[in-house]
Design a protein around this ligand. Structure first.
Ligand SMILES: Nc1ncnc2c1ncn2[C@@H]1O[C@H](COP(=O)(O)OP(=O)(O)O)[C@@H](O)[C@H]1O
Ligand SMILES: [Mg+2]
Length: 228
């Protein structure tokens, strides 16, 4: 039986228009992301990995083509509906962490919950639960600027997962951490996958990450590379 598909793109294009030129950052990409697995988007710098993640995560509209989430077309939805879907479905880890350095680990993880209809107390306990799972119980009240690189990376993961999203999107998550911390990060994801269905989409060319990946999509110059 075929693995279930959670996200599909159909003839997807993203064209960036600058004054004197246009860049076909993504062109004619049709892929399927399997449910509950780790998919890695690989390819050299500039091949379109971050752009593809932004399209899949509904952070930017396609120039042409379609993104389908759980079989539903996303193209014509209003920004309000897209924001709601984004909040419910996705956790994001970006390359530049975007944590607030002067706020505590706990406060940073609470942020995604503040825009929702949930009490401060419940937000706090939900955030504490995730931080504990990620072994950060003793760092809850530390400001992010007082944390080590690996701890900060785990705070990013906690923030991405605090809503219990079914899909985690991570853009080059190992670019700012060493191999030991990358391993910890991967073990955490594998651990989470044991307890619930979590689809993970990572953009990376790190061989350490590729070792645990179950599905690889190779990009080259903005399109899917079929042969090496
Ligand atoms: N906002 C933008 N405006 C114009 N060009 C962009 C923009 N973002 C990315 N690009 C271009 O699109 C191509 C793909 O970029 P990107 O998706 O960031 O690749 P990768 O993540 O694989 O390094 C590159 O040529 C890049 O310069
Ligand atoms: Mg990138």
């Amino acid at each position: 039986m075929d693995t279930e598909t959670v996200i599909e793109t159909q003839n997807l294009w993203k064209i960036y228009r600058a004054i004197h030129q246009q860049v076909n950052a993504i062109h004619n990409v049709s892929i399927q992301i399997p449910l509950g697995k780790i998919t890695c988007i690989t390819g050299p710098s500039g091949s379109g990995k971050s752009t593809l993640l932004a399209l899949i995560g509904l952070l930017t509209p396609p120039s042409r083509g379609h993104v389908l989430i759980e079989g539903e077309q996303m193209n014509d939805l209003s920004e309000i509906v897209l924001t709601k879907i984004r909040r419910e479905k996705f956790g994001f880890i970006f390359q530049n962490q975007y944590l607030l350095p002067h706020f505590t680990a706990l406060e940073n993880v609470c942020i995604p919950l503040l825009s929702q209809d949930i009490s401060h107390k419940d937000a706090n306990s939900q955030a504490i639960k995730v931080l504990k799972q990620l072994d950060l119980e003793s760092r809850l009240r530390f400001r992010v600027k007082e944390l080590s690189g690996g701890e900060a990376q785990r705070v990013c993961l906690a923030r991405a997962l605090v809503n219990n999203p079914p899909i985690l999107i991570a853009d080059e998550p190992s670019s700012n951490i060493d191999s030991k911390l990358t391993d910890e990060f991967l073990q955490l994801i594998l651990e989470l996958q044991k307890t619930r269905t979590l689809t993970v989409i990572i953009a990376s060319h790190d061989p350490q990450i590729l070792e645990v990946v179950e599905n690889e999509i190779k990009l080259s110059d903005g399109t899917v590379k079929i042969h090496d």
